[in-house]
Design a protein around this ligand. Structure first.
Ligand code: NAD
Ligand code: G6P
Ligand code: MN
Length: 441
């Protein structure tokens, strides 16, 4: 089998060790020749790089491993770039979450004003990275899960329509794992139909390979428990605040019991509740910094100090195997069926062709082919149209440097109560993002 060369962009990410462990676990399916880390923060990446170097030398010395901040070195010769950068890092995630809360609006990484702000920071560096990849590795595919994926995907559609970039999200993967547990199946046994936008969608069918429909059974379970399950299957979403999110799916289902909701809909259906629940002084960014970030970097330091990874290991990003499934689909033309964020082009029959939607696709060597999901009901269609227009306005605001469109994007967001609140919020966001948004200063 061919061996592949992979660069992980955002090498200093808290997810990097989990992805590397997952790659090690999948070498029989996806052999690796070269593995590189690339980041623009040398200090942050060095700690993980040094620890992973020790670990890889012990576990798989045949892999040529290195880490760099030089894009030419990072991309040259690569087949795949797994991208998970966070522009502004946790420091700015914290601002994205806390500034809206000051105005009584939900503060969230990818939804509402925080998500729009994160998008406005991310478009430029993501496009720059795509250009670097194309310059140094013209045949390389970028499997991007950097957030906010919806806005990044729209920016790619407009600014780099021909680039080999595939945008994906792990939330439906994690939730499908929970569903498979509810019906006592393996995730791979289940085939879904789904429509929506990123972090904004619904399952309309969950069948096994024989065609048995499990949606009613899952619905009965979710009506009682949300997606809360007993055994740890959805490893990435286990913290107490995530458990609350899985539970809340019960109230999302109640709004339209025909379909199974994506957990992120809670920010649009119950924003007032979410604001009441939030601690404006200690948000998810703080939880992650005190939890995942501390634990990953202290494991790295421990490995470096002891000079061995024996006995202290990074945990495996097990549900991140979908990234290998996607890479394999491209590399081996496997025609894997996966949810992807793609241009609609008729997949949802009564929705705009040029909207970036999240739907099931068949993936082969040429990328994804969308599967038709037919017509969707007016309720979901109207919600999606509002949200996709927010995302489009954000991208237009970025390209044109338009304060007006930025304000409109915030005003249109279902999470923001008025144009006045939107404007006050925007002015605070601009102040906090001075370094990132010279066009608005
Ligand atoms: P993190 O801050 O730990 O890591 C991000 C890394 O990106 C940092 O080391 C940072 O220095 C680096 N970076 C920032 N800008 C860069 C640039 N222009 N070029 C190169 N490197 C750059 O963040 P994290 O919590 O580990 O998350 C990483 C990303 O993955 C985030 O965007 C997060 O939202 C995303 N994510 C997405 C999904 C999904 O479902 N799509 C799932 C999990 C995480
Ligand atoms: C899910 C979403 C990602 C998001 C992540 C945040 O996995 O699909 O898009 O980045 O949650 O998780 P965190 O643990 O950082 O709050
Ligand atoms: Mn996601």
């Amino acid at each position: 089998m061919k061996k592949f060369s992979v660069v992980i962009a955002g090498g200093g990410s808290t997810y990097t060790p989990g992805i590397v462990m997952m790659l090690l676990d999948n070498l029989d399916r996806f052999p690796i020749k070269t593995l590189k880390l690339y980041d623009n923060d040398a200090e942050r990446q060095n700690e993980l790089g040094e620890a992973l170097d020790i670990l890889l030398k012990e576990k798989e010395p045949s892999i040529e491993f290195s880490y760099t901040t030089d894009p030419e070195e990072a991309f040259t010769g690569m087949d795949f770039c797994f991208a998970h950068i966070r522009v502004g890092k946790y420091e700015m995630r914290e601002q994205d979450e806390k500034i809206p809360l000051k105005h009584g609006v939900i503060g969230q990484e990818t939804c509402g004003p925080g998500g729009i702000a994160y998008g406005m920071r991310s478009i430029g560096p993501m496009i720059e990275m795509i250009d670097l990849m194309e310059k140094y590795a013209p045949d390389c595919w970028m499997l991007n899960y950097s957030n906010p994926a919806a806005i990044i995907a729209e920016a790619c559609r407009v600014l780099r329509p021909d680039a080999r970039v595939l945008n994906i999200c792990d939330m439906p993967v994690g939730t499908l794992r929970r569903m498979s547990q509810i019906v006592d199946k393996e995730p791979k046994d289940l085939e879904v139909r789904y429509f929506g936008l990123n972090h904004f969608g619904w399952w309309t069918s969950v069948k096994d390979k024989d065609g048995h429909e499990y949606l009613p059974q899952i619905r009965d379970y979710v009506a009682e428990n949300g997606y809360l399950t007993q055994i740890e299957v959805d490893t990435q979403h286990m913290d107490p605040s995530w458990q609350e999110t899985h539970k809340k799916a019960k109230d999302l289902l109640a709004v339209d019991p025909r379909f199974l909701p994506n957990t992120y809909l809670k920010y649009y259906f119950y924003p007032d509740y979410e604001v009441r629940q939030a601690d404006a002084n200690y948000t998810r960014a703080n939880e992650v910094m005190d939890g995942r970030e501390k634990s990953v970097f202290s494991t790295a330091r421990d490995i470096i100090e002891r000079g061995t990874a024996e006995g202290s290991n990074f945990s495996i990003g097990s549900h991140a195997t979908f990234i290998v499934d996607l890479a394999r689909a491209i590399a081996f033309n496997t025609h894997e069926r996966m949810l992807m964020i793609v241009e609609n082009n008729g997949a949802i029959a009564n929705f705009d062709d040029n909207a970036m939607v999240e739907v099931p696709c068949i993936i082969g060597s040429d990328g994804p082919e969308v599967l038709s999901q037919g017509n969707i009901p007016e309720f979901e269609r109207a919600l999606m149209y509002q949200q996709v227009t927010v995302e489009k306005l954000a991208v237009e605001a970025y390209i044109e440097g338009s304060y007006q469109k930025f304000w409109q994007a915030l005003t249109l967001s279902k999470t923001v109560p008025s144009a006045e609140v939107a404007k006050n919020l925007l002015d605070d966001l601009i102040e906090a993002n001075q370094k990132y948004w010279p066009q608005f200063n």
